[in-house]
Design a binder for this molecule. Structure first.
Ligand code: 5GP
Ligand code: MN
Length: 342
């Protein structure tokens, strides 16, 4: 169900703003980049000058939907990002339930929003527990497949679009379908009747679904597949509670020429085992362990992540961070699994 604050003001805010900054969440995925790029094309077609700001780069296989010069990365060009944020009339947050999910760039956002003449702000999201402050417009729906699907429905409601997908730029439609395909893992999870409706209309707009599938799901390196084999053969552990988990060390990343995005989808793999109802994937980063959690049915990994992994997300797909050496993760995780399923 959609809950909104001042949704009808979205069009006025957009039309009344010149400089608009769109934010994606840190470690951007297909939904984050798809919704940001979709919004970028919608705004550009209205004669606006949007710019996208993201904390760090995304996997290269998303390059095919990114317009040249449309994105600045905070960890590479802080001053450009700070300048954009300071000059903005409107800030748009997509695919995140609060501005803090933008990562390090959130400090510059907070500073801008604390000013007397702060820019207006909009949150459009499908995660649980959306923050409502300090946004002028909040559009939240947790019963859609993705932020891209929600944005699709929102854009269709805009006065200039008049409910007709033909009035959206084709590049916008392409970006939105990319996010729907990736966030549902090619229609395996979180698919609603409204999802098929959106996809049907986006395809009717001329978007080539098969081409997107090939770009996103069939553009990996041979080494990535070998790393996957190593993870499953040598690292995966299955627990009696119906939980499977594995870890990816920095050493293994080096050994398999790991590039950003190479472990995308790994966390889903053990869910194909009949009795496995929850999976966890731990990736060693420089300063922390990145956690990815997935589940089937009623197992609530949003709850698990809140309780034990400093994160959140959705009931069947969540993430978080741990601050401990990788070697301590199995002991910690197994004890928390025992507590959780007691
Ligand atoms: P993934 O495992 O693909 O990184 O993330 C799965 C889901 O959990 C996504 O919806 C993502 O937004 C959310 N998520 C990932 N990491 C974090 C985190 O550190 N904190 C919170 N609150 N959510 C996260
Ligand atoms: Mn999403």
């Amino acid at each position: 169900m959609r809950t909104t604050i001042a949704e009808d003001r979205l069009n006025d805010l957009i039309l009344g703003s010149g400089k608009i900054v769109i934010f994606g969440h840190e470690n951007p995925d297909g939904d984050s980049i798809g919704s940001a790029v979709g919004m970028y094309h919608y705004l550009t077609a209205l004669g606006k000058h949007p710019h996208i700001v993201i904390n760090s780069r995304l996997p290269e296989y998303f390059n095919f939907i990114i317009p040249a010069g449309s994105i600045s990365y905070y960890n590479e060009d802080k001053s450009r990002c700070d300048g954009c944020i300071a000059a903005a009339d409107l800030l748009i947050f997509l695919d995140m339930n609060g501005a803090n999910r933008t990562g390090e760039v959130s400090q510059a956002i907070e500073a801008a929003m604390a000013k007397v003449d702060a820019p207006r702000s909009v949150l459009i999201d499908h995660h649980l527990n959306p923050q409502t402050k300090p946004f002028d417009v909040v559009i939240s729906d947790t019963e859609v497949s993705s932020a891209c699907e929600l944005l699709y429905h929102v854009l269709l409601d805009q006065p200039g679009v008049r409910g007709d997908v033909a009035n959206l730029p084709k590049e916008c439609a392409e970006a939105l379908l990319t996010g729907i395909l990736t966030d549902t893992n090619n229609f395996a999870n979180s698919v609603y009747p409204s999802t098929y409706l959106a996809v049907s209309q986006l395809q009717a707009r001329g978007v080539d679904r098969d081409a997107i599938y090939n770009e996103v799901f069939r553009s990996y390196s041979e080494q990535r597949m070998r790393l996957m084999g190593h993870m499953l053969q040598d690292n995966m552990r299955c627990l009696k509670q119906g939980v499977a988990y594995f870890t990816l060390s920095i050493a293994d990343k080096q050994k398999f020429d790991f590039v950003r995005g190479d472990s995308e989808g790994f966390v889903n793999l053990p869910l194909s085992i009949k009795n496995i109802r929850m999976t966890a994937f731990f990736t060693e980063e420089k300063d922390f362990i990145k956690v990815s959690l997935r589940s089937k049915g009623n197992v609530d990994v949003n709850d698990f992540s809140h309780k034990y992994c400093n994160g959140g997300g959705h009931k069947n797909a969540s993430g978080g961070r741990l601050y401990m050496p990788l070697a301590e993760v199995p002991g910690y995780f197994e004890s928390k699994v025992e507590e959780f399923f007691k």
